[in-house]
Design a protein around this ligand. Sequence first.
Ligand code: SD4
Length: 326
Amino acid sequence: MNTRRQFIKKTGIISLGLLGGQTFTSKSLELNNNAVQGNGGFAISTWKSGLKANEAAWEIISKGGRALDAVEAGVKVIEADPEDMSVGYGGRPDKDGHVTLDASIMDENGNCGSVCFLQHIKHPVSVARLVMEKTPHVILAGNGALNFALEMGFKKENLLTEKAKQEWKEWLRRGEYKPVINIENHDTIGILAIDNRSNISGACSTSGIAYKMHGRVGDSPIIGAGMFCDNEVGGAVATGTGELVLKTLGTFLIVELMRNGASPQEAVEEAIKRTIRKITYYKQHQVGYLAIDKKGNIGAYSIQPGFNFAFHNGKENSMLNSASHL
Ligand code: SD4
């Protein structure tokens, strides 16, 4: 065991995070537990853009709103932001220049909806919610998802911004797909929230791996891969190379481990270990998981260093770094 892991064990610091001067310790976990037990609730989201997602989610939770509305609102902020080049409007296109989007959402009753390979719609998470609420299905794909969105009143838009187009043209000159750890894929939004009735919901939205093959679908819209919640137990979201998450159904695995007694931190670490045991080429990739349990404990772990997340407990909205395997 390396010294960092020994330190974590000894001090009870489960997720060593220091960005903006704050370390995430078991003490802050206790405070957070009190907040949840005292009808506080919280939101936790992947990457730095998660700060903005959490703000929008907290607006809803703090007024006694539903966690489902909170996660949708949080994701929508990022989907509309052209500066986030891994999600929605402004997302990087596939290798043929098309922006194709994946998203999923899950409520406190085990209902879920998702869309994959959806083009021209700025808010795939909201389409996913309507798949859940207005259809007998869970997943709609491609043109079927687009037609459904149009029927539901969504507007058809060009989502490829000039900036993303120029970067893609630059990439075309080289024309070689290579994942770049924590740089290329760093902003997919995955969010989990608990509301003041202690209900858990989750959502995830992405434009996927930049310059992917046309038609490629990642983990984010696959329930149990990119996102999974069970209101009796907890929830989890994933970010990073979706193919690795799909091969182990990471978020379903994490929730099942928690159901069987693991803490969120133990569960996310085991899910990463599973990937490492099964996938020989893992060192070229990043996968990061966030998990929460029903009591409001959280866990975060990744393959590579560099995965961070935002945590809003009602008092503050902070960036924290995840511990990592490498
Ligand atoms: C995918 N998991 O499509 C997504 C990409 C991602 O941060 O999470 N990027 O594989």
